[in-house]
Structures are given as C-alpha cells and as structure tokens.
Ligand binder design. Structure first.
Ligand SMILES: *[C@@H]1O[C@H](CO)[C@@H](O)[C@H](O)[C@H]1NC(C)=O
Length: 360
C-alpha cells in the first residue's frame, strides 16, 4: 500500500475530472490560489464572522477605523430598523420518497478489457454525465416538470492506489422504480459501460439512516470509502441481520467516521412492500488507508458473525459529479461556469433560490 499522501489524492482528483474542470486541477496544485483564499478568510474573520467576542480594544489594528466599528456595532442594536424576514422550511422535492442506489463495477460489466482502457472509457463520459444529472436536477413547477429522478450523489469508485476509476455509485430519489431504471438506462456513463443494459447493474432501495451521529464529513481524518456488503443466503444467516442490527449501529456510531450508512433492500416497486427485504449494507466512511478500511469493515459485528457473502470496500472520489455544487467563480472552475451559462440559456432554473429542493 502506497502512503496516501495528499499529493496523490489531489493528483487523482485532478486526473479524474481533467476533462470537466481543467482549471479545478490547476486550483488544486496552484499555491497562489490557496494564498488568496487564506487571506480572504482572514478578512472575513476579523469581523467576527464566527460570532466570537471581539473588541476593538483587544488590538490596535482597527483603531484608525473608529467610524467603521461604530457602524458595525449598530447592526446589533435591538431597535435596528431592518425588517425581520422569516424563512420557510426548504420544500421537499416532488421526486422525494424512495431512495435507490445503483452500482457499476466496470470490470464486471465489460469483461476482458484492460483496466486502464476501462478507466479512460469511464472518465470520457464524465462531462456528459454531469450535464445529464444537472439537467435532471434543475426543474421547478413550470420548467422541466417531467424530470422524475433526483440525483443525490454520483461518486466514482477508485482503485486502492487511487490511480484509476473502477466503477461508479449513484444515489437516486424518485417516486417510482421504473423512473429510476429509465433514467439509468439513458445515463451517459451507464450507457457507455453497459450499452444501456441494466441486467448486471445492482440496484437497491437504500434505507439511509438519517442520524446526525452518522454524518461525519467525508475526508475528515482519512479518505472516503464505500463498503458494499451483501448478505449470505437466508438459509445460512437466518436471523443474523436482526440480531446484529443494534450492535452494528452502535459500532458505526462509536467509530465516529461514518459519512452515511444504511441497509440495502430489494428494489421493490413500493416502499412498504413486505418483500422489500434487506439484502445488504452500504456504509460510507473515512479510513486512513486500505488496511484501515478493511479492518473497519471486517470489524462490523455483522461481518464478524458471518452475515455477508460478499464485502467490497472502495475508496471513492468525494468530488460529487451531479454538478450540484457548481462554482460560480470563473477563476476556479470556469468550465463549470460555462455549463451554468449554457443551462441558463436553455431555460433551466439555475439559481440556488430557484431550485430549493437541491439545497438540503
Ligand atoms: C422556473 O424556472 C424558469 C427558468 O428560470 C423561470 O422562468 C420560471 O419562472 C420558473 N417557474 C417557477 C414557477 O418558479
């Protein structure tokens, strides 16, 4: 195992998205940009952006700016005349309700091809994939109303040396299973790798456990990994899943490294279908190295008890490529900015306030 230095990581990020965000690659390796960013941060925090106590007496730095400080103080007066605006809750997406996860393992879908060629085939599709997802996510009550699937995240899976893309995982939300299947069949990445045939593309209903203690930032104290664990045949495992569910949850919470987790179920048409049995687990977590990731996955109480017949752990590129967080800074990601302009030109609602369902 190579040491996972941040150099390797930024190289890979840059590499993977080189076609999409050429300037993003520049950004990762350009020392000047981080200097600029750092000085911006300092300016913001000098005005106590974090709400910490600040007094001009603490430092002589602001003595020349007496008026400015008074002005600043006035904003905090109770009789401030600025009207209070009450914000409503973020509306639910019309496509919310059922969360699905689809996984592509390129080498299993395209047999006998050189791994590096597979990698290039995959990243060739990146720009088209981003645009496809972006278009699906940008709708409102009057425009693009027949977009029936939200793409919550779309993450390329990486080889353990972080040098190649080996697959892809996508989280899709929709009111119906067939919408998801139709969406996937037309996705540029899926289409290139499978020819549009979804037979060997695992698709699950994902019961994401929405608990704040299972929401550690990706990349904190390690590299983001995804663990897919599929249950063994029911005749062997019997009630093991139910028996270990609680212990597993405690293990995940105690680890303080889980980004998101939840059981994978049969992708039934309806959520409450009794045959939508759990058939595995998807756990996204941070790990310092390949060995660390494996140790964490094998240490799951359910794994130790022998619940799974198949466990796979992959690093993934945490730069989500649904295009959801398109930067507007032309110095940073101008290719993405061009995409935004194009979408606007085609009539898509691109403003953050126009698509509140995206901003959760
Ligand atoms: C939907 O988005 C389009 C494009 O931005 C805009 O012209 C239209 O007014 C929006 N409709 C609603 C109901 O917000």
């Amino acid at each position: 195992m190579l040491p996972l230095s941040s150099f390797i990581r930024s190289t890979v990020l840059a590499f993977v998205l080189s076609r999409l965000c050429q300037t993003a690659a520049f950004q990762l390796s350009n020392p000047f940009r981080s200097v600029a960013f750092a000085s911006k941060t300092v300016v913001a925090s000098s005005f106590a952006a974090d709400g910490s106590e600040y007094s001009s007496k603490d430092s002589s730095e602001f003595e020349d700016d007496e008026d400015g400080n008074k002005d600043f103080g006035r904003n905090y007066r109770d009789d401030d005349e600025t009207p209070t605006v009450e914000l409503g809750p973020v509306p639910m997406s019309k496509n919310a309700g059922n969360r699905f996860v689809a996984v592509l393992w390129d080498a299993e879908l395209v047999k006998g091809k050189d791994p590096l060629d597979l990698h290039y085939d995959h990243i060739q599709t990146t720009d088209d994939h981003v645009m496809y997802c972006r278009k699906a996510n940008l709708y409102n009550k009057t425009f693009n109303t027949d977009s029936m699937v939200d793409i919550l995240w779309s993450l390329p899976l990486l080889s353990s040396d972080l040098q190649r893309v080996i697959g892809h995982a996508m989280c899709l939300e929709s009111t119906r299973l067939d919408y998801v299947q139709n969406f996937l069949a037309e996705d540029p990445t899926v289409k290139t790798i499978t020819g549009g045939d979804l037979t060997n593309v695992p698709l699950y209903r994902w019961r994401h456990i929405r608990d704040y203690s299972l929401r550690i930032d990706d990349g904190r104290d390690g590299y983001p990994c995804m663990c897919f664990a599929l249950d063994d045949d029911p005749e062997y495992v019997k009630n093991l899943r139910e028996e270990t569910v609680r212990e597993n949850l405690e293990y995940l919470i105690r680890s303080e490294r889980v980004i998101a987790a939840g059981p994978l179920h049969m992708p039934t048409e309806f959520k409450d279908d009794p045959s939508s049995n759990p058939m595995g687990d998807l756990i996204m977590f941070n790990a310092k190295s390949r060995d660390d990731a494996i140790e964490f996955a094998e240490g799951l109480p359910s794994a130790e008890e022998g619940l799974y017949k198949d466990m796979r752990v992959h690093f993934y590129n945490s730069l989500d490529i649904t295009g959801k967080f398109v930067s507007e800074d032309p110095l940073r990601d101008s290719p993405c900015e061009q995409m935004k302009e194009a979408l606007e030109h085609w009539g898509y609602p691109v403003g953050d306030d126009q698509t509140p369902h995206l901003n959760f």
